[in-house]
Design a protein around this ligand. Structure first.
Ligand code: SAM
Ligand code: SF4
Length: 399
């Protein structure tokens, strides 16, 4: 195990409220991120809930935690490497990549998903990375998962570079739909933001994905102050015109450069206001459920018909931890109960040591029982200074 990944469980350094980044890479969030109250109809709620003891994990059934939430939304990272270097995610030189021997194999990913679905009640799967398309066996991974789980919705988050050549094969293997990351429509801004000149490849990938029927397609954009924050309206206009759902994600302190700063986050309320300069927004009557994005119907000015939808993922300024239903597995087979966790539980070691499916399921139940209340801590929301950036960054966790 390399130093970056070996340090994933090291003791965090606490930094004072309002700090941005310290030499250790620790980062404090702004004081606006208390856990949101549970929404009506959400799977669970932490608001006012008292944590149950850490040792009380159930011995059967699904992935419950001490705050009454149940994880049914599985995110599996298939690789930590990537062919882009988005500034909000990775350093220019990349990361210390996992050695091949530590990556889950095609069959190991298939087995872990089978346990999650068939023993633990996972209802949907999202494949992510790093960049999932970097894996040459991605079609085999998906085909294996599909063979085991004929009705499972399988989506993938991708930057779409190289997707034009693989979209149809991925669809044929059993992929249901896609989230594609695209932060700008300008080639120069794309090259600056991703440090690669590949906007044309992303657009070609999107076209191929649509032709292959991998819809509905959602477009993920992270807005960065002074870089692409003037593109809110053009992105919504372009997405709506092309039948995509535009989703804006607040920049989170999970970057490889450790240069995140709260003052640079474009808050959800400003994103909504920017969209409303050109479009009418109304809350999506389908509601949000446990989804991370708050969804809105978009109407062009003066028109009554809904032109499309946008989602805003406000993890920093309006967090939705109280209704979180996610469980994550990293590319080296570690369960992370929260994006911001400082703890991981090694499923892959158990699998390679010969544990049966029930043994793996129980390790997973215990890991999820200990899921922190919000932003990686039971105390965050009450004491904001508690927040510490985890050692693993977004691309190494799987966003
Ligand atoms: N490479 C694929 C992609 O970019 O779609 C999948 C992995 S990427 C880590 C998953 C998502 O995380 C992308 O939508 C990306 O925009 C988002 N992301 C990465 N770093 C982020 C950060 N610091 N804050 C918010 N979102 C981030
Ligand atoms: Fe790669 Fe996705 Fe991170 Fe960009 S956001 S560097 S595409 S893993």
């Amino acid at each position: 195990m390399d130093a970056e990944h070996a340090s994933a469980t090291r003791r965090p350094v606490v930094v004072p409220l309002g700090a941005t980044v310290t030499a250790s890479g620790a980062t404090a969030l702004p004081a606006t991120g208390a856990p949101a109250p549970a929404r009506p109809g959400s799977t669970g709620g932490t608001s006012g809930a008292t944590a149950l003891p850490a040792s009380g994990a159930p011995r059967e059934g699904g992935l419950l935690d001490r705050f009454g939430r149940t994880a049914t939304d599985l995110r599996v990272s298939v690789v930590d490497k990537c062919n882009l270097r988005c500034t909000y995610c990775m350093p220019a030189d990349g990361m210390p990549w996992l050695p091949q021997s530590q990556l889950m194999s095609t069959d190991e990913i298939r087995r872990i998903v089978r346990v999650a679905v068939q023993s633990l009640g996972a209802e949907e799967l999202r494949l992510t990375g790093g960049e999932p398309l970097v894996r040459k066996d991605l079609e085999f991974i998906i085909a294996g998962i599909r063979a085991d789980n004929p009705d499972l919705p399988i989506s993938m988050t991708t930057n779409a570079v190289g997707l034009d050549r693989r979209a149809q094969a991925l669809k044929d293997a059993g992929l249901t739909r896609l989230n594609v990351s695209l932060d700008t429509l300008h080639p120069e801004t794309f090259a600056e933001l991703t440090r690669r000149p590949h906007l044309d490849k992303v657009l070609a990938g999107l076209q191929a994905a649509r032709a292959a029927g991998l819809g509905p397609i959602k477009i993920n954009a992270v807005l960065l102050r002074g870089i692409n924050d003037t593109e809110v309206v053009p992105l919504v206009d372009w997405a709506v015109s092309n039948g995509f759902e535009m989703r804006f994600i607040e920049d989170m302190p999970l970057d490889g450069d450790r240069s995140w700063s709260a003052t640079n986050v474009i808050p959800a309320r400003d994103i909504r206001a920017a969209i409303e300069e050109a479009f009418d927004l109304a809350p999506d009557p389908r509601g949000r459920g446990a989804a991370p994005a708050e969804r809105w119907e978009v109407r062009r000015r003066g028109e009554t018909a809904v032109a499309g939808h946008v989602g805003i993922i406000s993890s920093v300024t309006e967090p939705f931890c109280a209704a979180c239903t996610r469980t994550r597995v990293t590319a080296d087979g570690k369960v992370r109960s929260c994006l911001f966790s400082h703890e991981e539980t090694d499923l892959l070691a158990a699998l390679r040591d010969g544990s049966d499916d029930e043994g793996i399921a129980q390790i997973w139940r215990e890991a999820m029982w200990a899921k922190p209340r919000a932003h990686g801590s039971d105390r965050v929301g009450l004491e904001r200074a508690d927040f510490v950036q985890p050692a693993r960054t977004m691309s190494a966790i799987g966003g």
